[in-house]
Design a protein around this ligand. Structure first.
Ligand code: MSP
Length: 506
């Protein structure tokens, strides 16, 4: 059985600071990567930056620096998202790295050798900021339909990829690989788009030179997609290493605006180059501001992940983004909903539960794990919640239902709170210390499930909870036995993990 799991984020354009949308996409991948690591899989989780193109060249020119200096500088902000959000990416690829130039050129050569690349002339209305051509009909008031920015008529020599040869092949491919495009709604959209027939795509430019040179024709640089999409192969070791350890990738997670490139261009290129296709492209939605409008600097409604983390906390932001919406759908960022979720899920339900039980147990049982007596029917009914919990969470995660996975866990967090209230161990402290210890111990056994399974979503806090129970690190293997803590083992005096967010009065 192949025990590897390779997951990727899109590579981000480093032409501005990273925003909530970038953080979200990497976060979803991080949760999936972390869950697969808990399962004991050999995980490769990659993110990075897409550093070529005319827009980058223009920005560098404005600043009177080289494009390389510009991207070297801008990339830093994307790299700091990793510590900010506690991302666990194993690689960070930049398309200006040598390893990637080699991979993109090799990809080009394979496509050319297979007869899928030809040279012709390209013309159309070009928008520099979007790096895209539009047809006359697509323009809105003579401007780009995407950004509203001005367009100019351009004609140039260009190489083309024979995408038109793939209409039927792709339809057959989607048919044979029903999990390739997820969720279903995106799959249906892509299939109906492909059914209309595909046109060849332009894959080189000669009007600027900030890109990977086209092999054998140095006047041209690759234009966007062969360069950008091949990054996923570069990370897997293409073309120099044996890529079979991690390729084909398990999942490319992408936003809906770039679904077509990943669901149409990419499999077509891979089929053309005779390289295996990834298992899944998962398409997620977009976050908009609280008022439902697109976040934009001019509207002043951009949500900055750095500010949110600094003000409210990292696990708080992670949990909100992952649980507030169905993975795949759109979301609007609500400050009130964010604070309410942080306080109820983290401070009250989970944080208070651990703190109350562990500090009481630490104080009254000499800092040692109390003994377990005979399990009562109530204990058994409570613990039954945790039997199969890891499998239930796994089923949701394997199905990309991240928010449902979180709900599975919180159903059990709530069950633990209910059990604690109903059994009120503190009332037996004097008259029946053994019973008091027994109830605390039952709760502590349930805690190892919670500390372990919340890790993919709130890794910093979950690691602290695991440490409080005396574990250096928990994995799903630690959950095989319902009862497994060691009686008499010392544990540290706990400290509160999730602070309550105080809502300041206006
Ligand atoms: N460089 C290309 C991707 C190449 S992948 C081979 C690109 N970069 S991007 O920086 O513009 O966007 C990267 C990702 O961020 C996309 O998946 C996009 O959907 C996502 N998001 C941008 N804004 C977003 C939101 N407001 N919400 C959620 N995701 C958003 O496209």
């Amino acid at each position: 059985m192949n025990n590897s799991f390779y997951i990727t984020t899109p590579i981000y354009y480093p032409s501005g600071k990273p925003h909530l949308g970038h953080a979200y996409c990497t976060l979803a991948c991080d949760a999936l990567a972390r869950f697969n690591r808990l399962e004991g899989k050999n995980v490769l989780f990659a993110t990075g930056t897409d550093e070529h193109g005319q827009k980058i060249q223009q920005k560098a020119d404005e600043l009177k620096i080289t494009p390389q200096e510009y991207v070297d500088n801008m990339r830093k902000d994307f790299k700091t998202l990793t510590p900010l959000m506690n991302f666990s990416n194993d690689d960070f690829i930049s398309t200006t790295e040598e390893r990637h130039k080699k991979a993109a050129q090799e990809m080009w050569k394979r496509l050319e050798k297979a007869g899928y690349i030809y040279k012709s002339t390209y013309s159309g209305w070009y928008c520099v900021s979007d790096e895209a051509y539009f047809t006359e009909e697509e323009l809105v008031d003579g401007k780009s339909p995407d950004s509203g920015n001005p367009v100019e008529w351009m004609e140039e020599d260009s190489y083309f990829f024979k995408l038109s040869a793939f209409t039927d092949k792709l339809l057959e491919f989607y048919e044979q690989n029903p999990d390739f495009i997820q969720p279903e709604i995106r799959r249906n959209e892509i299939i109906s788009f492909v059914k209309q027939g595909l046109q060849d795509i332009s894959i080189s430019r000669s009007k600027f030179n900030w890109g990977v040179p086209v092999p054998g024709d140095e006047k041209h640089v690759m234009y966007v997609w062969i360069d950008a999409l091949t990054n996923y192969l570069t990370v897997a070791g293409f073309p120099e290493k044996d890529i079979t350890e991690f390729w084909p990738a398990n999942a490319h997670v992408v936003g809906k605006d770039i679904a077509r490139f990943h669901c149409i261009y990419w499999p077509a290129m891979l089929i053309a180059a005779d390289i295996p296709t990834p298992k899944t492209v998962f398409v997620h939605g977009h976050w908009v501001a609280e008022d439902g409008r697109k976040m934009s600097k001019s509207l002043g409604n951009v949500i900055d992940p750095y500010e949110v983390v600094e003000q409210f906390g990292q696990d708080q932001l992670r949990l909100y983004l992952l649980s507030a919406i169905t993975f795949g759908g759109d979301g609007s960022f609500s400050r009130d909903a964010f604070i309410a979720k942080s306080n109820s899920y983290l401070a009250n339900d989970l944080g208070n539960l651990f703190q109350r039980v562990l500090s009481f147990a630490h104080k009254n049982f000499d800092g040692k794990i109390p003994a377990l007596g005979e399990l009562t029917d109530e204990d058994k009914a409570f613990l039954a919640n945790f039997e199969g919990l890891a499998d239930r969470v796994k089923a949701q995660m394997d199905d990309y239902k991240i928010n449902s996975a979180i709900e599975e866990i919180w159903t059990c967090v709530r069950a633990a709170n209910k059990y604690m209230e109903e059994q009120h161990p503190w009332t037996y402290k004097k008259e029946d210390p053994a019973k008091c210890g027994h109830i605390l111990r039952v709760l502590m056994e349930s805690f190892k499930f919670l500390a372990c399974l919340t890790e993919p979503f709130i890794p910093t806090g979950a690691a602290k909870l695991a440490n409080q129970l005396g574990y250096e690190k928990l994995t799903l293997a630690d959950l095989n036995e319902l009862i497994s803590l060691q009686e008499g083992k010392e544990f540290d005096k706990p400290e509160g993990v999730f602070a309550r967010i105080q809502i300041e009065e206006a």
